[in-house]
Design a protein around this ligand. Structure first.
Ligand SMILES: NC(=O)c1ccc[n+]([C@@H]2O[C@H](COP(=O)([O-])OP(=O)(O)OC[C@H]3O[C@@H](n4cnc5c(N)ncnc54)[C@H](O)[C@@H]3O)[C@@H](O)[C@H]2O)c1
Ligand SMILES: O=C(O)[C@H](O)COP(=O)(O)O
Length: 386
């Protein structure tokens, strides 16, 4: 039996995928797996029982990845599962930034008791006039799951699309429309584009990538969209630029005291992935990842451990070892098993940065004594027998 705990509300469509081997617990210390959306886990202590954390979503900046890896806790996310939801929010953002729909709607609300509203509207509408996106240049920074969907949709809406991503995956490159101009110097996006949208992960290297210098390179009256993370942008510099008119509008999905309520900053309360479809997709993917890891030891879509998948165990038992990526680990594991007269029927070993993961299918049941010997190999972080 396994136990899981939810750190945020997780879609029932996903939770229903758990079989009767799983029960939900409110006691986090009892959980084998945690499911989370944006709840901040940086200050949370993790029990020795916890084997997996699944982020039902894309961004993992709310999870201490390194600390988890060191404790042998595999962290998963659900790449692409909410990308369509975010794409649609970004397209809405493009239109809201171009047409003064928000102020127009607010004006109608304010005048709702006015009997002359229809006549007055015809007089006032000039105050809410905008521009069209067709024929305008859109620069996309980050062509991953969301960036490519935005890029391809914007092409269909008649925009001229420029894309920048020095680390683009082969999959993304295959899925990108040929109409998109490939940019290798991000400054060309800043200099050329009428609209700029960012879709990169929040990492040390991307923090405040949109800063005063980047803004200075941009066209006057540019529209900037941020449905990725607020810390990617120096928002104090953005607010100054909005107030001076350098940036016509700043669209953000991340409210904070810097941008909330500022004229021409249109901020939504982190709604990008808040659609029933995205919430279901993310939860289903997260639950499947957790079950495959807890039951079979397979790792798919982890952000702190390598992908390692041997399907279902074909031997008598499977030994799953989370360990440091240092030399001679496999040799030591094989020696311990060989000395105990245990044959390895099948095995896999993969590494990612400082961490590695090994799976061994054995022809015989492993004993507690051998498990203890494997645990004592220096660099081993966790062992599970499945
Ligand atoms: N608003 C929301 O609700 C919401 C929902 C989902 C994701 N997000 C955020 O959107 C962002 C993108 O998510 P995704 O699912 O597309 O992720 P992804 O991993 O599929 O794509 C990110 C892309 O950014 C590229 N990249 C990394 N560093 C870069 C750099 N310095 N310059 C240019 N490109 C760079 C990567 O190569 C990758 O192709 C993330 O920050 C994520 O947290 C927000
Ligand atoms: O990174 C993500 O997937 C998004 O920011 C969505 O976050 P949420 O699951 O809290 O809506």
């Amino acid at each position: 039996m396994y136990q899981y705990s939810c750190m945020n509300a997780i879609s029932e469509v996903g939770l229903q995928k758990f079989t009767d081997q799983y029960t939900k617990t409110e006691v986090k210390e009892d959980a084998d797996a945690l499911l989370v959306r944006s709840a901040a886990l940086h200050d949370m202590e993790f029990s020795d029982k916890l084997a997996a954390i699944a982020r039902a979503g894309a961004g993992v900046n709310n999870i201490p990845l390194e600390r988890c890896a060191e404790q042998g806790i595999v962290v998963f996310n659900t790449p692409g599962a909410n990308a369509n939801g975010v794409k649609e929010a970004v397209i809405a953002g493009l239109l809201l930034a171009s047409r003064d729909l928000a102020d127009g709607i607010n004006w109608v609300k304010a005048e709702s008791g006015n009997e002359d509203i229809a006549k007055l509207a015809e007089k006032e509408k000039k105050n809410f006039a905008g521009s069209e996106i067709k024929g305008k240049k859109l620069g996309i920074i980050g062509l991953g799951a969301i960036g490519i969907l935005v890029a391809n949709t914007a092409v269909h809406l008649g925009m001229e699309v420029y894309g920048y991503d020095p680390y683009i995956s082969v999959d993304s490159a295959w899925n990108l429309s040929r109409e998109i101009t490939h940019i290798t110097d991000v400054n060309d996006i800043y200099r050329e584009c009428d609209y700029i949208t960012i879709h990169v992960p929040l990492l040390e290297s991307t923090k405040k990538m949109i800063n005063e210098e980047a803004i200075a390179e941009m066209k006057d009256g540019v529209i900037l969209l941020n449905y990725a993370r607020d810390l990617l942008v120096d928002e104090e510099a953005v607010v100054k630029a909005v107030q001076s008119g350098k940036i016509r509008r700043y669209m953000s999905d991340f409210p904070n005291t810097t941008t909330a309520g500022v004229k021409n900053c249109i901020v939504t309360p982190h709604l990008g992935a808040s659609t029933s479809e995205s919430e279901d997709n993310c939860a289903v993917m997260a639950v499947k990842e957790v079950m495959d890891y807890l039951e079979n030891g397979n790792i798919n879509h982890s952000v702190n451990y390598p992908t390692c998948d041997m399907g279902k165990c074909k031997g008598v038992c499977r030994v799953a070892i989370n360990h440091k990526n240092i030399k001679n680990m496999i040799g030591q594991f094989a020696s311990v098993l060989g000395e105990a007269d245990m044959n390895i029927a099948n095995m896999a070993n993969q590494s990612k940065g400082e961490y590695a993961y090994s799976l061994f299918d054995l022809d015989t049941q492993i004993t507690d004594e051998v498990v203890e010997k494997l645990k004592n190999v220096q660099g081993v972080l966790r062992i599970r027998i499945l």
